[in-house]
Structure formats: structure tokens, C-alpha cells
Design a protein around this ligand. Structure first.
Ligand SMILES: C[S@@+](CC[C@H](N)C(=O)[O-])C[C@H]1O[C@@H](n2cnc3c(N)ncnc32)[C@H](O)[C@@H]1O
Length: 327
């Protein structure tokens, strides 16, 4: 599929007005390029732990939009954009407003990433995207199927893999680590696509509770539970922030869990550490990742300050897992 890309030379002041104006005209694929650094909240939501150096913000911005190039005349829609841009000049400094165009191929924003997600193993678990055919030779494998939708969690990220390895160790291997626990209960903070909850249930957890800030994760998690033939009653999932939402803390419960798993960013885990011991039963484990290596010591200190004993630290690439015990 071919697309025409149009780029408006403008200012950071005008970029939000222009994207609203474009969507009012029915244009959906909009891209903004400026030099404003991301806020802490944006960084957390987008799972970005450190940012490249940007040149200083000079107030300039480029707002691009895409229109499918099916050979039809695009001059009518372009004329509407130009008129609306001129109207905006009464409200905000639009800058030059010059529109340049170029052609691009095969721009399927929603689905292109799927080309990079294919089946893979962690230990004996085969993680397969739902849209990939199950090979004949894999029919007897321990299979988990995932469609993350727009949530995080294909399982391919190092941090998810570090958490899965630890879940395998402490749930499947619980005879060694927590022999008294027969049917572990798991809390999955930042559940994303639900991948960790689903694996926990498949390898022996009795039930799971999950939380995430993003309401879309509730939909992905439910759909992935169904795809994996898990009874929806086995999991309860809530939108909210466990760090300071007292109601959510009550709903999730006190001293309920044999395992709390949280694959989020170091900057989130550090303030969250203080509410974890109250969620865990005595002898329970906190398995956490999402920690970039240069923040390992800060997270370790926060976990120890919260009263947990760090029992393991594992690395994969530049990412770290810390596992701690409530004694
Ligand atoms: C890296 S993803 C992990 C997804 C999945 N658990 C996995 O391991 O692949 C982190 C998730 O944590 C969520 N998140 C960020 N801050 C959070 C918070 N304070 N409480 C709950 N979820 C949070 C994000 O929305 C995102 O879905």
C-alpha cells in the first residue's frame, strides 16, 4: 500500500491545534516531531527508561499526516487543510505553515510490529502469537498464545523473560522454595497483555490478581485468558495505581499473596516497594524487573528499606531482575 506523507512546518505552540484540526477533517495518521523532552509521566507510560540527548527546544515542530495514495485526487483535502491552517493563525502562531509532500510504501502502523513477533521458547514454554499457525511438531508443546493488542507484553522483552524464568522457579519449583504453599496466589502489578498472569496460572498458580494504569490492558488480558482456555474466574484485574490508591490496596488485599510480580520501570518500582510487603504472605516472594542496569542499586535499596530480603539478582542484556523474600 502506498501513502502520501504531508509535513507542515510549524511551531510547538500550534502542534496540538493542528493535530486536532487534522482529526476534525477525518485524517487519522498524525505524527509530531519536535524537540520537547518527554515528561516523566509519558516516559513511564511508554516504558522508556532513558532518553537520547535532544538538541535544545527552538520552538519548531513538524506535523505530518498520511493519506492513502490510491491514485485519486488529493487536492481537495489539501485545500481544506490549508484553509483551516490559515484560520488557526487567528488563534496561535502557526509559523511558516509550509506543507511539503513525499511518498512512502506499506505504512501499516497498527500491524507492522507483528512481523517482528514470532514464536519462541522460554525454558519449555512455547510462546506463540495468536495469528501464527501452530506447527505440527509443536502440537504437544506447553503452549501460551498471546496477542498483546496495544498493550505491552509479547514476552520477547528481556524484562518479561526474566520475570517468567523466576515464576517458573518459584511457582513450579515451589517444593524447594515454599514447600508449605500448595496453590500459590499471585499478584501481577502492571499486567499489560496479561502474559505473566497467564503463565503463572498455567504453571500452577491457584488464582491471580492483576493491576495496570492502562484500561486497555484489562481488555487484552481478558482476551488472552480466553485464548489460553483459562476460566475468567481465575483472575481479577483492576485499573489503578497500587502506590497511592488506598481503595485499590484494600481491594487487592493484605498478606494475600505468595508471589507479587511487577515488571515496570525502576522509577515506578522504587516508590512501589513500600506497599509490597503488606501484599505478601510471610515467606512470599517479590519478583520484579523492568530495571535498567544503572538503577539496580537504587531499586535494591528501596526493596531492602521496605523490609524485604533480596535473595537473587539476575541480568539479561542491560536489564535486571531482583527477587526478594518477606521473612
Ligand atoms: C513493561 S509493561 C509489563 C507488561 C507485562 N507484565 C510484561 O511483563 O510483559 C509495564 C506495565 O506496567 C504498567 N504500569 C506502569 N506504571 C504502573 C503502576 N504504577 N501501577 C500499575 N501498572 C503500571 C504499564 O501501563 C504497562 O502496562
Amino acid at each position: 500500500m502506498k501513502w502520501k506523507k504531508y509535513t507542515i512546518d510549524t511551531t510547538t505552540q500550534a502542534e496540538d491545534f493542528i493535530s486536532m484540526m487534522l482529526s476534525d477533517l477525518g485524517i487519522e495518521g498524525i505524527e509530531i516531531e519536535d524537540k520537547i523532552p518527554l515528561s516523566k509521566a509519558d516516559q513511564t507510560e511508554m516504558f522508556i527508561d532513558f532518553l537520547p540527548e535532544l538538541p535544545p527546544d527552538d520552538g519548531s515542530s513538524a506535523v505530518s499526516f498520511y493519506i492513502e495514495d490510491d491514485g485519486s485526487d488529493q487536492s481537495e483535502i489539501l485545500k481544506k487543510v490549508k484553509v483551516a491552517l490559515e484560520d488557526l493563525r487567528n488563534t496561535v502562531d502557526v509559523g511558516s505553515g509550509v506543507i511539503t509532500s513525499s511518498e512512502t510504501e506499506d505504512l501499516d502502523w497498527i500491524n507492522n510490529w507483528k512481523k517482528f513477533f514470532s514464536s519462541f521458547y522460554i525454558d519449555d514454554i512455547l510462546i506463540k502469537p495468536t495469528w501464527e499457525e501452530l506447527k505440527e511438531e509443536d502440537k504437544d508443546k506447553f503452549l501460551i498464545e498471546i496477542d498483546p493488542g496495544i498493550s505491552f507484553g509479547t514476552g520477547k522483552h528481556e524484562t518479561t523473560q526474566l520475570c517468567i524464568s523466576q515464576l517458573l522457579k518459584y511457582i513450579r519449583g515451589n517444593k524447594e522454595y515454599t514447600p508449605e504453599v500448595k496453590e500459590p496466589k499471585v499478584l501481577d502489578v502492571g499486567c499489560g497483555s496479561g502474559i505473566l498472569s497467564i503463565i503463572a496460572l498455567k504453571i500452577g498458580a491457584k488464582s491471580v490478581v492483576g493491576t495496570d494504569l492502562d484500561p486497555d490492558c484489562m481488555i487484552s488480558t481478558k482476551e488472552n485468558m480466553e485464548v489460553n482456555n483459562l476460566d475468567l474466574d481465575l483472575g481479577k484485574f483492576y485499573v489503578g495505581n497500587l502506590i497511592d490508591d488506598v481503595e485499590l490496596q484494600k481491594t487487592v488485599g493484605t498478606e494475600e499473596y505468595d508471589i507479587v510480580v511487577a515488571n515496570i520501570l525502576a522509577d515506578v518500582i522504587i516508590p512501589m516497594a513500600k506497599v509490597i510487603p503488606d501484599r505478601l504472605k510471610k515467606g512470599g516472594y517479590f519478583i520484579t524487573s523492568g530495571i535498567i542496569d544503572f538503577k539496580e542499586n537504587d531499586v535494591k535499596k528501596a526493596i531492602e528499606d521496605a523490609g524485604l530480603e533480596v535473595v537473587e539478582i539476575n541480568h539479561k542484556g542491560e536489564w535486571v531482575n531482583i527477587t526478594a523474600r518477606k521473612n
